[in-house]
Design a protein around this ligand. Sequence first.
Ligand code: NAP
Length: 231
Amino acid sequence: MSKTIVIVGASRGIGRELAIRFSSDSNNRVYALSRYREAPEPDEFSLYPNITPVVFDLAQDDTRIKAERFFDSLSNIDILINNAGKLVNRPFTELTREDFVSSYQVNIIGVMELIQAAVPKMLPKGGHIVNISSMGGFQGTVKFPGLAAYSTSKAALASFTELFAEEYKETRIKMNCLCLGAVQTEMLEEAFPGYEAPIDAPEMAEYIHEFAENAHRFMNGKIIPVSLSTP
Ligand SMILES: NC(=O)c1ccc[n+]([C@@H]2O[C@H](COP(=O)([O-])OP(=O)(O)OC[C@H]3O[C@@H](n4cnc5c(N)ncnc54)[C@H](OP(=O)(O)O)[C@@H]3O)[C@@H](O)[C@H]2O)c1
């Protein structure tokens, strides 16, 4: 069956591997959103004819309007994966207002605004929204210095998952949240230089792909740790 999949934060790391994995089913239509701010090759996904790269920045004042404009071109959305993340690693007293605002904008406010735009495209047929949070945003786990802006905004994403699921429980839209442990990506290297994670991006993408396809048949509003280790 043909599916429409939207992945936000798909230019590198886990999101890129997810887009490629979903594209292995030629019936799927995959939309890979990110800023592409470092201007990678324009043909980055050209080997995959069913992946459409889309320039989209979650850090805009009019994120909802821009998302509505883009989603207007889609008849429906079956799977939406909110994988984009902004990480600031700085001692607490050195964090600026801009650090707080930009972290919250990308990791929670922009995500909620994009979901507001996606809901009308998911209500008729139903679908699964998967939010990618972090073990740093999972209550009771070990925490790390420098990540106050990042981890609190990821905790908000987890909390939002429960709230949305409650509000939409009578519909066919299901939402769950995965709190990832360490995965070897550029973001991890920026946060914990030199640390070697036990899982790489293709392996984590394999898990998220399976989860996004199937888990909403069994759960809704769940916050799930997916971690072999945290640094
Ligand atoms: N790697 C880990 O160990 C780990 C652990 C816990 C949680 N996570 C979470 O897992 C997710 C993926 O992590 P990753 O390690 O693969 O990260 P990554 O390599 O830094 O990739 C993040 C993606 O988000 C996109 N992005 C960033 N800011 C954006 C914005 N304003 N608007 C739209 N897209 C934006 C980036 O593309 P552009 O820069 O081109 O926009 C990129 O495609 C993130 O949410 C992260 O917080 C990762």
